[in-house]
Write a protein of this length. Structure first.
Length: 122
């Protein structure tokens, strides 16, 4: 399933992304590519929250549905693009015992992306 997103840039700001089918679901990135990548993550997390709250997920709007959307016409030079909604997976917090080298190997991609694991203080 794909949802329409609006990509826009205001003066002195990052590239913003919003979703007409999900008011309040927004994200931003310093570059067009970063904004596009973060859009998928933002949409998935937003839908995951709606499901946890037992709210209905709307069917995706069509381009024809949104042709006269006041939000789109108000944004100058906004682009529309499709964002796939990945099926939300259940998140788990494993408690495991492993060699430090194995833990280091698992953490390497997160560290490279600038997202170090939060360690609990014991």
């Amino acid at each position: 399933m794909h949802y329409i997103a609006y990509l826009h840039k205001d003066c002195n700001s990052d590239f913003g992304v919003s979703f007409p089918d999900f008011p309040g679901c927004i994200t931003a990135g310093k570059t067009l590519e970063e904004a596009r990548q973060l859009a998928s993550e933002a949409l998935s997390m937003h839908v995951e929250g709606l499901l946890e709250d037992k709210q209905l997920i709307p069917e995706p709007s069509t381009l024809d549905d949104l042709a006269k959307d006041p939000a789109m016409t108000a944004m100058k030079a906004a682009l529309s693009f499709l964002v796939p909604l990945e099926s939300p997976e259940k998140r788990v917090r494993p408690n495991l015992t492993a060699r430090q080298s194995q833990i280091d190997t698992m953490e390497r991609p997160a560290l490279a992306a600038g997202r170090p694991r939060k360690r609990s203080s014991r």
